[in-house]
Design a protein around this ligand. Structure first.
Ligand SMILES: NC(=O)c1ccc[n+]([C@@H]2O[C@H](COP(=O)([O-])OP(=O)(O)OC[C@H]3O[C@@H](n4cnc5c(N)ncnc54)[C@H](O)[C@@H]3O)[C@@H](O)[C@H]2O)c1
Length: 250
């Protein structure tokens, strides 16, 4: 069991890659806290983990709400004794926006995708310091490394912010025995909030530039997150793990 005795919090874990990661952590022996805005879907993920003999709990958390973060971390410390792993996964897409410079969309994207990760690091790392160890995994994207012509600029900006927040966190908390890494998925199953990136014609065009010639699967990203969360990656911090079938290599 690669996550035995570890307490993990995953945001946005009611859906997609967050849910896949929660299930994988559950199978590997972690106590998993599934956090999301989608209470029914989040509770279903928890039920599935429990049915497979895992340990899981659901917590309602809006990642933009600082008081919510404080309450979430306090609840985990009270019920599980501390926090070992934080996966800042919650996010929204910028590919449904018509105006790629819409100001309200910029504020939404930066609020959830960047400020949400900042708040998670602020409160999650404070808890990990009390434990004397920890691992933070931040979900960026290939869109945090290169630009696309069809996504609101705030998505790229927010994912770029996550990439550098990660490196700053690694630089500042190495001596606390806390590692901070980012994961950069490429073409994956569409997000709930996807627009153009869910369009079959756009996906087919994108695939032409992906050396492995196929989209990724959620468990392929969950496996990368598991590696960074487990002690197998004990000397890895500040790294960006790209899981994109080679998209950004060419
Ligand atoms: N799917 C892709 O193609 C892709 C590619 C690269 C990176 N990513 C990133 O991976 C992460 C997971 O994406 P996914 O594909 O699983 O998407 P998804 O839409 O399936 O899941 C995202 C989850 O985040 C939750 N969420 C949204 N806003 C929230 C908030 N304010 N507070 C708490 N939870 C909130 C949603 O309810 C949802 O359950 C995101 O950060 C995304 O940007 C996705």
């Amino acid at each position: 069991m690669r996550m035995k005795d570890k307490v993990a919090l995953i945001t946005g874990a009611a859906s997609g890659m967050g849910a896949a990661t929660a299930r994988m952590f559950g199978r590997e022996g972690a106590t998993v806290f599934v956090a999301d805005l989608l209470d029914r879907e989040g509770a279903e993920v928890v039920d599935g983990i429990k049915k497979a003999q895992g340990k899981a709990h659901y917590l309602h958390l809006d990642v933009t709400d600082e008081a919510g973060w404080q309450a979430t971390v306090a609840e985990i410390e009270k019920s599980a004794g501390g926090l070992d792993v934080l996966v800042n996964n919650a996010g929204i897409s910028g590919s449904a926006e018509q105006d790629l410079y819409d100001t309200a969309a910029w504020n939404r994207l930066m609020g959830i995708n960047a400020t949400g990760v900042f708040l998670g690091m602020k409160h999650g790392i404070a808890a990990m310091k009390k434990r004397g160890k920890g691992s933070v995994i931040n979900l960026s994207s290939v869109s945090g490394i290169v630009g696309q012509g069809y996504i609101h600029v705030g998505y790229n900006a927010s994912k770029g912010a996550v990439r550098l927040l990660t490196k700053a966190g690694a630089a500042q908390h190495g001596r606390d025995n806390i590692r901070v890494n980012s994961v950069h998925p490429g073409l994956m199953p569409p997000m709930r909030t996807s627009g153009r990136t869910a369009d079959p014609a756009t996906r087919a065009k994108t695939l032409k530039g992906v050396p492995l010639g196929r989209a990724g699967e959620v468990d392929e990203v969950a496996s990368a997150i598991l590696f960074l969360a487990s002690d197998e990656s004990s000397y890895v911090t500040g790294a960006e793990l790209v899981v994109d079938g080679g998209w950004t290599a060419v």
